[in-house]
Every structure is written in C-alpha cells, then in structure tokens.
Design a protein around this ligand. Structure first.
Ligand SMILES: [Zn+2]
Length: 305
C-alpha cells in the first residue's frame, strides 16, 4: 500500500481488517485454542507456547534448574506456558496444524518455535539429545531451533514464511536458541513483537529495531500492540503513542509494521483515531519515517471513500 513499507494486522478473530497489506489471523495463539483458517488471511501458529497443552499434558512442560516454564514461575518473565520443543508429539501436533494451514491460506507465520528462555530445557530427553549431539549446550539448542524451522519450511515450500522472534537482538542465541544467520536460510521475513500497553519512550523500541537491522540477513517487520484480548481503550496505549513509536521505528529501516488487535473492529477504530489526530501527524513530519505518515494518509482516503 505504501511504497517500501508493508503494513499488517495481527488478529485473534478470522475477520480481516481493511487498509493494510497483510492480515494475519492467530489461528493458534499461546492460549492453545485452535480456530479455523480463513483463506483470505495469513495464518499465525504459536508452536510451543501453549497454555492448553501445558495444562492438558503437564508431562510436556519444559523444565529448568529454576523450575518449569509456566507463567507461575516468577524467576522468568513467561507470558505463556511452554512445552518442550524436542517432544516428538508436540512437534508433530504443531507441524500438522502448520501443514494444513499452508494448504489453504496465503502465508504462514510461526511464533514461540524456540526454547522458553535461558536454562530450558533440562528434561531427560533434551539432556540425552544434547549429549548425543556432541555439541555444546548453547550450540545444541541453536541447532534444535534451526532444525525445527527447516522442518517447517519444508511443509510451507511455496508460501511466504514469517518467523516471530522475541525482542532481544543481543542474547537471543543464549536465551532462546536463535542463530539468526542460520534461521535466515529458512525465513522469508522475521517479525519482532514490540508489545506494550504504553509507548511513552520510543527511544528504547528504536534501539531494539536498530539492533535487529544490524544483525538480520532477511527483511523484518515489527509488531505493535493496539488492543489485545481482555483490554479496553483505557488499558492500552493512546493512538498518538503508537503513531509516534511506529514512525520512529520505521526510520531505522524496518520492512513492515504490524498492529495487533483482538479484532478488525479495533483496528478500524485505531485507524480513525490516527487519522483524526492531525496534530501528531503534523508533528511527525520530518522524523524520517514518512512511510508511516503515508499509511495514515491512505487510511484517511479510505475513510472518505
Ligand atoms: Zn526438554
């Protein structure tokens, strides 16, 4: 829609929003509940972040010296429960959902296709696999993540594959098993979630974007939080903060910007608010993120049509 910068939305319901290039539907979010693919929308699948399976199959949950990968473990900032990624049943389960989705939808996005965090997973299977590999702990974890990605790419051969990676450009390898260079071989686009309920300090997000720009060998998108499930407009960032952070991050050379909302209706409301905020649009001129301002212009035209 806008020259070089792509735009997208990341939705929890299979109804597309207007005014963006790509609609992602969270067919399987970290809640673990699986919906039905919409052939008009790209499909997002959270792989090993899976609250449902973690509750149903406690024996699948990933473990560490500092406890399990559950939201209740306060030693970590886990936003969802995580099952062990070397569990063959968990792998099969997710690969099947990905393969089915790839048959009917125009693109695939995967999330939480990696280890829970530093120190995971020390289940007997993972310990044994690392020992047999002859690799160091960190190298084995990175290879495990890359190998899973290669398996995904194989079942999504002719559709774009978007790979979400948590926003740590520095220690991603030690924490999650990200080998960015190796992953780039199987990834068409990386996506960096930049979720927050407030964006009063865009400087930090811009720093993260700059870091990723310097290390990733494939195009990357960022994803901003507009209004997720269980929110009201009062519990999330005002439109002007999101408009500002998007413009500031865009000038670091990101290839696309995605907006997360529970449903299309909230995206449309955000678009109305952004268009109406002429003061912020005027202020953001000259920042070097003109493609985002162009996107607001497109939304304005769309609303007038
Ligand atoms: Zn394990």
């Amino acid at each position: 829609m806008v020259n070089n910068l792509k735009s997208g939305v990341f939705l929890y319901e299979p109804e597309p929003a207007a005014g963006v290039d790509i609609n992602f539907y969270r067919l399987k979010s970290e809640s673990g509940i699986v919906g039905k693919p919409n052939p008009e929308m790209y499909t997002n699948i959270a792989c090993f972040g899976d609250n449902f399976m973690a509750a149903k199959r406690p024996d699948w949950v990933s473990v560490s010296a500092n406890g399990p990968s559950l939201r209740t473990n306060k030693r970590y900032n886990l936003r969802w429960d995580v099952v062990c990624m070397t569990n063959p049943e968990a792998r099969e389960y997710n690969l099947k959902i990905i393969a089915e989705s790839a048959k009917t939808t125009p693109g695939i996005s995967i999330s939480s296709q990696h280890f829970a965090d530093q120190g995971f997973c020390t289940c007997p299977r993972c310990i044994e696999k690392q020992r047999k590999s002859g690799l160091s702990w960190v190298d084995w974890r990175a290879k495990t993540v890359t190998d899973f990605l290669a398996e995904v790419k194989e079942i999504v051969p002719d559709k774009p594959l978007y790979v979400n990676i948590l926003p740590d450009p520095l220690l991603g390898r030690t924490r999650f098993g990200y080998d960015f260079d190796a992953m780039a071989d199987y990834t068409d686009y990386f996506v960096i979630p930049m979720f927050s309920k407030a964006y009063p300090t865009p400087w930090y997000w811009e720093t993260i974007a700059r870091g990723f720009k310097s290390v990733l060998k494939k195009p990357f998108f960022v994803n901003f939080y507009v209004r997720g499930p269980n929110e009201t407009w009062d519990t999330v960032a005002p439109a002007n903060q999101i408009m500002t952070v998007a413009t500031r991050v865009a000038r670091q050379g990101v290839d696309g910007i995605i907006f997360l909302a529970e449903k299309a209706e909230y995206i449309h409301e955000f678009q109305r608010r952004a268009v109406a905020d002429t003061k912020t649009r005027e202020f953001l001129k000259g920042h070097g993120g003109d493609e985002v301002l162009e996107l607001f212009n497109c939304w304005e035209k769309m609303q007038k049509a």
